[in-house]
Design a protein around this ligand. Structure first.
Ligand code: ZN
Length: 232
């Protein structure tokens, strides 16, 4: 027996059609999950509807992803029991009194009650310190690729997970260290390879693959989960 395809009950709706002098159709799922179609000036509406229906699977999976991201984008409140990521694992927060340090990680994150008003910056400082250590450790694992590296910067970047400057400085956001170690390693390798190959050419990806044969799995994890690596 052939498996029955699951059919979404949500009707596929075109929220907006933007007509311009373009020659082809393009679909955009915006940050609210709405479907926007860019279409040539005189293309009949029936053709647009037909195209949209043919792309239904792609549209639905995009919309599901956007909606899932919106559900998860809840700012942290730094309260007892709330969970925080570190190297891919989720740890609950416990608010404690008179701790030796403002924030410690054991079986759980322990935040000193006195530090709670500054919890966000306390966490950020903690992630920053870990990020530096973890990333320096990973760079050391790839001695051939890191020849020529001048310095490593830990930044507050929100939209990208790494960058490589022409001055051989690599930058990584502190929130990267919320991801599993093998994913952090992928980002490190990606940027190390940029020291010698500046673009994303075939030669670039072959070099990445020679260092991390399973880089695709790690890259896919980041694409699917990157939006979760945040405090707000
Ligand atoms: Zn790149």
């Amino acid at each position: 027996m052939r498996p029955v395809r699951e059919v979404s009950s949500r009707p596929l709706q075109i929220d907006k059609i933007v007509r311009t002098g373009r020659k082809t159709l393009a679909l955009v799922v915006d940050s609210q999950g709405r479907l926007v179609v860019r279409a040539p000036l005189r293309l009949p509406r029936a053709d647009i509807v037909e195209f949209v229906n043919r792309q239904a699977d792609w549209i639905r999976s995009r919309q599901d992803r956007v909606l899932a991201m919106r559900r998860e984008a809840v700012p942290k409140r730094f309260v007892d029991g709330e969970c925080f990521l570190y190297l891919g694992k989720s740890y609950p927060l416990r608010i404690v009194t008179r701790a030796a340090q403002p924030l410690l990680l054991g079986q759980s994150f322990e935040l000193d009650r006195a530090a709670r008003p500054q919890a966000r910056s306390v966490f950020e400082d903690w992630y920053r310190r870990q990020a530096r250590q973890v990333i320096i450790g990973l760079v050391a694992r790839h001695p051939n690729a890191s020849a020529g590296l001048k310095s490593i910067r830990i930044t507050s970047a929100r939209t990208r997970f790494g960058s490589c400057s022409s001055l051989a400085t690599l930058s990584f956001p502190w929130r990267l260290v919320m991801a599993p170690l093998e994913v952090v390693d992928y980002v490190v390798v990606h940027e190390l390879v940029h020291l010698s190959v500046k673009n994303h050419s075939r030669a670039f990806w072959l070099r990445v693959e020679s260092l991390l044969p399973d880089y695709r799995v790690r890259r896919d994890w980041l694409r699917a989960n990157g939006h979760r690596l945040r405090l707000d």
